[in-house]
Design a protein around this ligand. Sequence first.
Ligand SMILES: Cc1cc2nc3c(=O)[nH]c(=O)nc-3n(C[C@H](O)[C@H](O)[C@H](O)COP(=O)(O)O)c2cc1C
Ligand SMILES: [Mn+2]
Length: 450
Amino acid sequence: MPTDFRSFLRLLEDKNDLVHVTREVSPDFEVAAGMRRTSDLKGPALWFDHVTGSGIPAVGAVYGVRRRAIWGFDTTDAEYPDKFMNGLRNPIAPQVVEDGPCKEVVLLGDDADFGLLPICSHNRLDNGRFITMGLTIAAHPEFGTNVSISRMQIHDGKHAGILSVPPQHLGVYFQEFEARGESLPMAVALGVDPYTTMASGFKGNIYLDEYTIAGGWMGRPLDVVKCETSDVLVPAESEIVIEGELVAGERRLEGPFGEVPGYYSPAGQRPVFRLKAITHRQNPVYLAGLTGRPQTDNHVIRDLTYEPIIRDRIRQLCPGVRDVYAIEGSAGKHIAVSIKPTFASQARDVMMAALTTERIRPKLVVVVEDDIDVRDPAQLQWAMTFRVQADRDVLIIPGMVGQALDPSTPKPGVGTVMAIDATRPYGEPFWEVTDVPGAESFEIPLPARS
Ligand SMILES: Cc1cc2nc3c(=O)[nH]c(=O)nc-3n(C[C@H](O)[C@H](O)[C@H](O)COP(=O)(O)O)c2cc1C
Ligand SMILES: [Mn+2]
């Protein structure tokens, strides 16, 4: 079980799924080009030994394919959703420790500068360099610690912009602090264990301390340590921690930035983070990550954190759920569900429940019967083609909650959703599915060696 970033990287090396780029690469698009290419090829994660301008190496596309995130979770695709839900149901509070590896080097004052880190530019029209895989951590007197992932645009050595608006919890925290005229202390952790990373991408309720689910998944408390310049708690084994605050009353232009729907999200006047300190391990590694058109780190983390939640919600209506799968490329917005229906129109209950999952809000839900493997595109298409009559089986509902970053919506945050019932009419006769006797047990000979 990888319990910190380094042990995760070692595990990936053991699996031949992490390779070194030994030549010098530029932080301007070249690190991103490597991540884009390997993500497109479903290739290995990349360790960039030498990024121009920084003494710190970068690792990228670690979450660029699903298999690596599943390994990081020390599980299999089949067992993943239950492991996810078990951790969520059995949270373990973090343990505050006095010191940790992330404090091996402490840089304060003029020594602390974004310029030390190999922060990259990614998509062509991005407005500069962005931290893309930073865990953005803040604390609130009532809601407690919150850990999320939010992009940050580097303005200069001491300042960065951030995109996190309510209902994102960090956005809620800052809105409240700022209304009182207070800046919000915040830290950014880079290079942490896979559990804490996945917990940060998970959309829980606002009272949830994401460290407690990471603990639930690991089966032991996560070690956290206090920042040098605030009371914010950060994972003690982080490779790099950036400390500072979101400044009350300050806005600067942030964006455009190539976002997870695969389009550039527009620029806007957004909050500003002021850097106060950087702490890191000896010989730290910076975590880079790609977003943009699919498939990227952002998509994989989204798909994997959405599936178990929708599955759990649907199961309460329909115990016979075989699988819930976020279709690759949809950024978690197209969900395929296989069920064993037990009464007429049950598929419709399932569709409505999935479509209204808080904060996740799929845009397209397809429900099939449990003879279909929703992870096999041919099987899914077969059901959608020969079990569906569009006038009867397709629901289109306008005016639902949409995604602010979705360029097809009529106005930000409002959109049309669709559901397709690709189950056969319950309890009614339907033509027989073809099958070949003996196919399952037929042994294919190994190809002859030439
Ligand atoms: C790689 C990656 C980048 C992300 N970038 C942002 C971002 O810039 N802004 C944002 O609001 N959410 C972003 N998210 C999604 C949030 O991290 C996610 O919705 C998280 O659950 C929010 O935390 P919260 O539930 O505590 O509000 C990103 C997710 C991933 C996986
Ligand atoms: Mn949260």
